[in-house]
Design a binder for this molecule. Sequence first.
Ligand SMILES: [Zn+2]
Length: 350
Amino acid sequence: MNKSMLGKKMKAAILVEQKKPLVVTEVQLPEKLGYGQVLVKIYYTTICGSQLNEIDGVKGHDKFLPHLLGHEGGGVVEEIGPGVTTVKPGDHVVLHWRKGSGIHSATPKYKWDDKTVNAGWVTTFNEYAVVSENRVTAIPKDFDLRIAPLYGCAMPTAFGVIHNDAKMRTGDSIAIFGSGGVGVALCVMASLSGAYPIIAVDINDFKLRKAKEFGATHTFNSKKVDVKKKILELIPEGVDVGVDTTGIKEIRELVYELTNADGTTVLVGVPRKGENMCIDSFQLHFEKKITGSHGGDAQPNKDLPRLIRLQQSSRFDLKGMITHTYSLDKINEAIRMVRTGDAVKCLIKM
Ligand SMILES: [Zn+2]
């Protein structure tokens, strides 16, 4: 048996200062696990918009600096703390940011020389992580761990947006703005739900090709064509479901405008502080709806097993969603790659 990693040093990427590259360094794990905590060896993580927002300080001042980050990963349970019942050492798990089943534990504190490094209930940009029991869900051992990070955020969010937020019905039309991880996962889910047409909009042709590969029936580059005109040519009354994954003010407004009179606009992208949208709310007094999504209200303990079962039945293959792979040492390069827009999901291999 290998000895416990608790109290030992490991490599981690820390956010020390907003708007600066992450610092890849050695930090010391907590000495022991508290009630409801689980020690996980991280194998893979991906980067998503939330971490870019944290780095950029989109929500303003960050009182937790320096801190670990990352909220979607795949790993193996090493040890469990008191009270933990839903996973055991050796279990393969998805690490996710939404609460699943099990205990909601206290957050861990790591050491970086004499400094304390904060962490949330789940972090994944580190070789080992002490996480809250309710942020891990066991998955089959033959499930590809490289794909697991997609089930920590993009896939359950997309599932929840389609089924919980939009309450989509077979044959509904949908327009998805932004073809990043969540946008492409939305194409997969919309396609499985029998939506038509599935319109993907982005400013990057590479991402739009990915959206098409994963189920979009029509793609429009908003830098090259008048998207409003194109969508209304296809569906003159507007789409049944309009989804924004970008958080950009003008796009949120356009998505609402392009949603039909009894359709639903779902806002998934987090807006920048102070960038308030301006809409004609008149139709909201009738059948039209607009809602902000919180991870699609997905329930990882219930939703992940069903999605993984579906993937294992070969209804879809997510491998192509990972467009680049980096080591943890190169995480800042990966972040730069995500920012260029020429990537859907960048995988970090620990
Ligand atoms: Zn995410």
